[in-house]
Design a protein around this ligand. Structure first.
Ligand SMILES: [Zn+2]
Ligand SMILES: [Zn+2]
Length: 315
């Protein structure tokens, strides 16, 4: 099969054997999305050799349980052991022996086919088109915030950053009825938010020590610093982005202000699919381009350009 291969910071197209993992479903990829993590893998922020890609919608072409064959699916990216301390205590996304689709020890989705255990699969409702379903994984990651933090309708909520993930976080937090503002730096980011009736705020207008919940979605020290200033004493700071290398933080002020810091990663797929089925969120407004798998190198170039949100790849 045709696939994109990453090795030593270098992407190239290869012809590889179809994946065969006993006990797992074989999935034909219909669409795959390029996420910031993929761009970071190419830069070498995390070690990975293999086929990248973890955001996808596909069709099951072979599975031990035949009822899945022909189903349009999305899939949880963490493949877990079910047997370790974390798995046995309901924290399976933190499985100590996990492999992660296209990120850790497992080939991903910029290919004609991939495999996943059936336990990881979720059927896509017929009314959700591929252009939306391909966003299930990042939308689920956005919803992890509501899994972890009680967002009250009376809360003042600030999202710092309106890139790929920040946009999805804003769309889901808009459903909570809270007083939501998004610090979006660029005009193209602001436009998408305004069109969905989400309020934006200029960075210089963010009042310090006034916000009950602040979500940091930039992954930059500047974004963290703005979020830190904005949070009120005993407020909750949700960390939704990873940072390159190490970051210097004044923890004394966090102790003095008794700030709750919540790290947040992968989230629940079924609610993400439900929100798209009901039309309560529309991630497809983020799509900035679509490329064939044969043009995947161009797709990565496009995704890395400033101002580009989501680029899709179709085998
Ligand atoms: Zn991702
Ligand atoms: Zn485990």
């Amino acid at each position: 099969m045709k696939a994109l291969w990453l090795e030593n910071h270098q992407l190239d197209l290869r012809s590889l054997p179809e994946p065969a993992n006993p006990g797992e479903a074989l999935i034909r990829i219909r669409k795959a999305g390029i996420c910031s993590t993929d761009l970071e893998l190419v830069k070498g922020y995390y070690p990975f050799t293999g086929i990248p890609g973890h955001e996808f919608v596909g069709e099951v072409v072979a599975a031990d349980d035949e009822s899945w064959v022909g189903q349009r699916v999305v899939g949880d990216i963490n493949v877990t052991c079910g047997d370790c301390e974390q798995c046995l205590n309901g924290r399976s996304t933190h499985c100590e022996n996990r492999t992660v689709l296209g990120i850790t020890k497992r080939d991903g989705t910029f290919a004609e086919f991939t495999t996943l255990p059936i336990a990881n699969l979720h059927r896509v409702p017929a009314s959700v088109p591929d252009e939306m379903a391909v966003f299930t994984e990042p939308l689920a990651a956005a919803l992890e915030i509501q899994q972890q933090v009680h967002v009250r309708p009376t809360d003042r909520v600030l999202v710092v950053g309106a890139g790929r993930l920040g946009q999805l976080i804003a769309q889901t937090l808009a459903l909570t009825g809270s007083d939501l503002h998004v610090a979006a730096r660029h005009a193209y980011q602001q436009k998408i938010l305004i069109e969905r009736g989400i309020r934006i705020i200029a960075e210089e207008d963010v009042q310090p020590w006034r916000w009950d919940i602040v979500v940091e979605a930039t992954g930059s020290p500047g974004g963290f610093s703005l979020a830190r200033q904005a949070i009120r004493p005993r407020g909750t700071l949700v960390m939704k982005s990873t940072y390159k290398g190490e970051m210097s933080v004044n923890f004394s002020s966090i102790v003095v202000d008794e700030v709750n810091i919540v790290g947040s990663r992968c989230g629940p797929f079924e609610p993400a699919l439900r929100l798209m089925e009901k039309g309560e969120v529309d991630p497809s407004v983020l799509i900035a381009g679509e490329f064939k798998l044969g043009e995947a190198l161009l797709a990565f170039e496009r995704a890395a350009q400033a101002g580009v949100l989501k680029v899709l790849v179709t085998p």
